[in-house]
Write a protein that binds this ligand. Structure first.
Ligand code: ES4
Ligand code: ZN
Length: 349
């Protein structure tokens, strides 16, 4: 496309990427070997004759290509999440999180990402005895290494609460993050809310987000109704909405998002992979632009959804044929909606 070079060169901010969602099949396999972990398909039971548990365990994955083939065919958010959580099983120590983070930062730099706000799921690691300190240590080492190598990316780390677990578990984990001073020290920034959406309305998390003094954001309107986006705004006082694509079903909600200058962190290839849309052209990019709703374009779980951030930009351009001015507006909204210090914003654009 004639704008391809412009898309490559645009200075990018990534606001919606899950650290665990950057775990490539090749790194997943090498960490599984290092940590002696057998990878089983969560949705395909092994034949009873070959499984000591009478077929209750999934078939073992035999290669990165075998995994990647399954990734090409998710049916829903929850179907994807089952594989995403299998990936967690290979992340054991700070070296693993360093390798994971470093691989992502190098890949993001290739796409001209200048600032990345990276989600992670503390509650998804605690059951294996992996503390947030282990995640933070590995993450921090990778960021310092990227800095020393001049990659030019500023980075924030944002814990997300997992909606498929009991609210009380989220409250306890959030408490411990506050108590251990990770927000006060600046090691962690803001608070997010992700995982299963249907039947887990944002208002369940009101008391927790009330105590989050920093920025809040919530996955909403990915599979759930526009009402969940409205209640994330009114009940959780978030300043961003992750996905938010279903906002386009309500003109009133679009007007509210525009008036409050809420940033939607849209992930087109994610929506396509998880069947929220049939085609990228069905992501309501034009409706957001027409309504004056701010949005950024992001990769979500790029190792699982077949593309990194530039691939998402290109998919949007292929579907919508935006103008140079519209792309500059998207890049500007992304910088302005970032949670970095104000001085950094001037350096990015
Ligand atoms: C996620 Cl695509 C998506 N939606 C909700 N929660 C998530 N966690 C990781 N990826
Ligand atoms: Zn997400």
């Amino acid at each position: 496309s004639p704008l391809h070079d412009l898309l490559v060169n645009l200075p990018k901010c990534e606001h919606h990427v899950h650290l665990e969602g950057t775990l490539s099949p090749s790194l997943l396999f090498s960490l599984a070997a290092k940590n002696n972990i057998v990878l089983r398909d969560p949705s395909s039971p092994a034949p009873a004759t070959t499984s000591p548990n009478g077929g209750e365990e999934g078939e073992a994955f035999t290669s990165p290509a075998h995994l990647a083939a399954r990734y090409a065919n998710f049916s829903s958010l929850d179907d994807f999440l089952a594989y995403y959580y299998v990936g967690f099983s290979v992340l054991r120590d700070a070296d693993d999180f360093e390798a994971l983070t470093y691989e992502y930062l190098v890949r993001a730099a290739q796409d001209n990402v200048r600032h990345a706000e990276v989600f992670f799921d503390p509650q998804g690691h605690l059951p294996r005895g992996v503390s947030v300190e282990v995640v933070m240590e590995g993450f921090g080492r990778a960021v310092r290494r990227a800095e020393a190598e001049g990659l030019g990316i500023s980075v924030l780390l944002i814990p997300c609460l997992l909606r498929h677990l009991p609210v009380e578990h989220s409250a306890q984990v959030f408490d411990s993050l506050v108590r251990d001073g990770h927000f006060a020290s600046g090691a962690l920034s803001g608070l997010g809310l992700c995982s299963t959406e249907i039947d887990r309305p944002p208002e369940l998390y009101r008391a927790i987000f009330e105590r989050a003094k920093e920025h809040g954001t919530a996955h909403a309107g990915e599979e759930g109704p526009p009402a969940y986006i409205a209640s994330a705004l009114s009940e959780l006082s978030v300043s961003r909405i992750d996905h938010g694509v279903r906002a386009a079903q309500s003109a009133e909600l679009l007007a509210l998002l525009a008036a409050q200058k809420i940033l939607l962190t849209v992930c087109p290839l994610s929506n396509l992979a998880l069947r929220g849309v049939q085609r990228v052209a069905d992501v309501p990019i034009r409706a957001f632009i027409d309504a004056g709703v701010r949005f950024s374009i992001n990769s979500d779980d790029p190792a699982y959804f077949g593309g990194y951030i530039l691939d998402n930009y290109c998919a949007v351009q292929e579907a919508f044929g935006l103008s140079v001015g519209e792309w500059e507006g998207i890049a500007r909204a992304a910088v302005e909606g970032s949670w970095c210090v104000e001085g950094r914003k001037g350096e990015i654009l």
